[in-house]
Design a protein around this ligand. Sequence first.
Ligand SMILES: Cc1cc2nc3c(=O)[nH]c(=O)nc-3n(C[C@H](O)[C@H](O)[C@H](O)COP(=O)(O)OP(=O)(O)OC[C@H]3O[C@@H](n4cnc5c(N)ncnc54)[C@H](O)[C@@H]3O)c2cc1C
Length: 376
Amino acid sequence: MHAPLIVGGGPAGSAAAIRLAMAGLQPTLLERSREPEDKVCGDFLSGGSLAALRSLGLDPAMLGGHPIRRVRLLQGERTAEAALPFAALGVSRRHLDAVLLEAAAQRGTLVRRGERLRGLSADGRVARLTSGESLAPRTLFLATGKHDVAGALRPDRAGGAVGLKAYVRLAPVQRAALAGSVEVVLLRGAYAGLQLVENDRAVVCVMQDRSAAPHRRSPADEAGPLASRDVAALLADLAARAPALARRLEGAVPERLRPFAIAGIPYGHLHRTDPADPTGLFRLGDQACVIPSLAGEGIALALGSGRLAAETWIGGGDAARYHHCFSRAVAPPLRRAVGLHRLCLGPAQAWVVSLAGWIPGLLPLAAAWTRATRLG
Ligand SMILES: Cc1cc2nc3c(=O)[nH]c(=O)nc-3n(C[C@H](O)[C@H](O)[C@H](O)COP(=O)(O)OP(=O)(O)OC[C@H]3O[C@@H](n4cnc5c(N)ncnc54)[C@H](O)[C@@H]3O)c2cc1C
């Protein structure tokens, strides 16, 4: 039996490789980067992500991440805080992805790093690599995440959302204040997530939706694009826009000059099967579904999709069957996350935080509602 060819060594591709290898198969996985890399992501591993790791035989404790049990939502001088309804972990994506890919290799996956899929033929059957090689796998697991591939473009990728990320060393008093919590700061047309990851580093990850009309009382009140040319400028801009960030980032030392950045994030995308789709093309992770970052559930969906695709294929199912099962499981939390994302970006954002402060169960409820528990 020829195992599927997996393209992309993020959480989705690695999870699929591990699950196939658990069934005694030896898949090949192509990953374009030669070495582990940082990725634009808030580095928040939800309860669903941790459960998905366990279901692949991996113990999250070996990641050495920063334990997170609380969530704080902030806007202006308003704050709402609550315990999360699950234990979470802060782990840098460079570390997580390296561990997952290594686990896949140890279990028998042939990992070919530095191999980039350039495009698929019109019928989706032939994969052309930038090295010039052409492959014609019977089954292709497309797990290229945030990066689209010619011949298999996602339709909604023209969205205006931009992601920016930086690692910083916080001042000791701010590090202590942030420990154990994830903070989500609502800005005009944007939100920022802050938390600690392994080795007490802090990650600052920002999503700015430039397609969402910023709510403004006067033209002068409009917030323009965030400064993204270097991390110091980005931090200064964030501090100027939100008092909570000004306090948290006081004395913060960036780890590198340039922020990591990504544009055109198609929030809300969910791949629906079409009779014209090639039967052997399975889309995994962000190629199948893009849940708003606010939910902190993208990695859980990526890991779950990898496992589900592998199990469907092992059971003799085709791509249409996999996509049907996947979209049934993720559509409800995706819808709720998109609704929450819009609410938090829109003119009611101050009300959202005030309400979450007044009604203690609201934040945990929102966190629970945006989990893809049916994928588990
Ligand atoms: C701003 C922002 C913040 C986020 N924060 C969180 C969070 O805190 N928690 C959370 O759970 N989710 C978060 N997410 C979502 C999460 O990052 C994604 O859902 C997750 O990374 C998807 O995993 P994946 O394996 O599908 O893709 P990716 O993680 O994007 O991995 C894809 C892999 O494929 C490789 N690749 C790409 N193109 C090719 C090619 N042509 N050939 C070969 N290899 C290729 C890449 O190098 C990469 O290794 C966030 C997303 C954004 C944009």
